[in-house]
Design a protein around this ligand. Sequence first.
Ligand code: MTE
Ligand code: MO
Length: 196
Amino acid sequence: MYDATSLHEEFGGDRLPPGQRRTEEFPVLSKGATPSVDREAWTFEVWGAVDESLSLSFEAFTDLPSETQRQDFHCVTGWSRFDNEFTGVTFPTVMEAAGVRDEAVHVMFHAADGYTTNLPLADCARREVLFAWALDGDPLPADHGGPVRVVTPHRYAYKGAKWVTGVEFLTEPERGYWERRGYSNTANPWEEERYA
Ligand SMILES: Nc1nc2c(c(=O)[nH]1)N[C@H]1C(S)=C(S)[C@@H](COP(=O)(O)O)O[C@H]1N2
Ligand SMILES: [Mo]
């Protein structure tokens, strides 16, 4: 298994970022109710600055090369959960499948509850950014974003869209749901980039 829990070293910080407290729980934070997303009806779309737009069923998506990683999870509200084992497709694998064009500089994630979140392409083109469908060996629970969610262990967790339905490659930066409402656009936990 790929261990991503030493990621903090790249950011020059402790494993527990400043101002965070560790919890064994896994709280649920969503802007609204958990949408019911049927695995069989779910499709994953990739569009924008790509050579090939994709539209994949759950079966086709989970047939892409996947891996399990041990990761930490940092919520902007102050809790961190260590050693989560997420299984999924890495962001670079999706980039390769779609053929991301040179003019792509930014990414918008779209989700079934209308949530969006954005990141620079360079922050996404990392092995640790996973489209995950399993947690600790079990199907990802609906409250935590099942069938498939994004995880971003190098950024606060609002950068990881639950119930993800698509990825849009952009030629200019845009802001997502919380980024337009006062959360940090950059969201680096080791710099405590919480609110803008
Ligand atoms: N689609 C969607 N994704 C989302 C959210 C949301 O409301 N909708 N909330 C975000 C926020 S603010 C956080 S902290 C994490 C929480 O993930 P968890 O509920 O699994 O702890 O999901 C993020 N992804
Ligand atoms: Mo959050």
